[in-house]
Ligand binder design. Structure first.
Ligand SMILES: C[S@@+](CC[C@H](N)C(=O)[O-])C[C@H]1O[C@@H](n2cnc3c(N)ncnc32)[C@H](O)[C@@H]1O
Length: 320
């Protein structure tokens, strides 16, 4: 693996590894699956707050994607819908061998195996997610149909031509060397096999507007992706934007979960109303700049709106 790739993998491990959370907490909605966001949000949330978690066949199934929102009210429903949308781009998967590249907590793999009858290999660079995925697969009784491997999508630990489908849902934005991921996908696909990919993409080549410096993610635009796919020798069968079905629904859900107004009200109450007496109030005022930090989630969300506004979301199918 080359230098930038190793650096990004370290970053991905930092983003997704929980330091003091358990899988049970995640499944109860007491923590967010993206550890980095969980750490950022936790100090500002009511400890009783519960995030909604997707469920499948009556069992919890954490997914880590922005969701496909038409008809969905909760994030879990939207996330499951996004899996079905991407699978819908492929022919019948019954008995097919599928590689899920960047598999999160194996949520999509569990749906691919239990709903579509596929044999799935998950690939993930985050050790903790690999362990937790195995627990979840056991919980869903799918050990015979879903396997999990620790490794990078840019350096796949599989023989040539063994998969019918490479499935990659909202993970490729993390891959540092996208041409290498495509070359690896082509190598492990059988002739006629397909790559199904859905992901957030940048809409600008401008380094600042891509927010790459802040998000520390190697985001590229859809035209970049198209160029990489064509150069890899895969043929592009389908490409479409679903940004309108992803971002507005996600942002509305986030606002329902954590309204900015509630955070502001909390700040004002803390600063002025909870204590009486001028001296205390002046003391409080002096601490206001610090307390301003407590509206950070609202500000981050506003920034996020801008960030997402500069994003597109693409679904594509490429064939070997
Ligand atoms: C946003 S999550 C998406 C997870 C899953 N596809 C889902 O929809 O629930 C991105 C996933 O990609 C994984 N990932 C990032 N870089 C990777 C790499 N180079 N190789 C394999 N997996 C990677 C992360 O560990 C994480 O599990």
């Amino acid at each position: 693996m080359n230098g930038p790739e190793t650096r990004f993998i370290d970053r991905v491990r930092e983003v997704y590894t929980h330091r003091d959370r358990t899988l049970a907490e995640l499944l109860e909605g007491r923590a967010l699956p993206t550890a980095f966001v969980d750490r950022l949000a936790a100090p500002f949330l009511d400890p009783m707050h519960r995030w909604s978690v997707a469920s499948y066949g009556g069992r919890p199934l954490p997914l880590i994607n922005l969701g496909y929102w038409p008809g969905a009210k909760e994030i879990g429903e939207a996330q499951v819908a996004l899996v079905h949308l991407l699978v819908g781009c492929a022919p019948d998967l019954a008995g097919a061998r599928v590689l899920d590249a960047g598999s999160g907590l194996a949520g999509a793999a569990i749906i691919l195996a239990s709903h579509y009858g596929a044999q799935v290999d998950c690939l993930n660079v985050v050790e903790q997610q690999v362990c937790w995925s195995k627990d979840l697969i056991r919980m869903h009784g799918l050990e015979d149909r879903v396997r999990v491997h620790l490794g990078s999508a840019c350096d796949m630990p599989f023989a040539d031509g063994v998969f019918d489908v490479v499935f990659c849902l909202e993970a490729a934005h993390c891959f540092a060397d996208k041409p290498r991921f495509l070359a690896e996908s082509r190598r492990v696909l059988r002739p006629g096999g397909r790559l199904l990919m859905a992901d957030a993409v940048a809409t600008s080549q401008n380094y600042l507007l891509r927010w790459e410096w802040l998000a520390q993610l190697p985001l590229v635009t859809w035209p970049d992706w198209r160029g990489f796919i064509l150069a890899s020798g895969l043929s592009l069968e389908e490409e479409r934007s679903i940004a309108g079905e992803v971002y507005p629904g996600f942002m509305q859900w986030l606002d329902r979960e954590q309204p900015r107004e509630r955070l502001l009200r909390r700040l004002v109450r803390r600063a002025w109303l909870e204590e009486s007496g001028w001296r205390r109030r002046i003391g409080r005022l002096a601490r206001l700049p610090l307390q301003l930090l407590s509206i950070l989630p609202g500000l981050v969300r506003r920034l996020g709106d801008g960030l997402l506004w500069k994003r597109d979301y693409f679904v594509c199918v490429a064939r070997k």
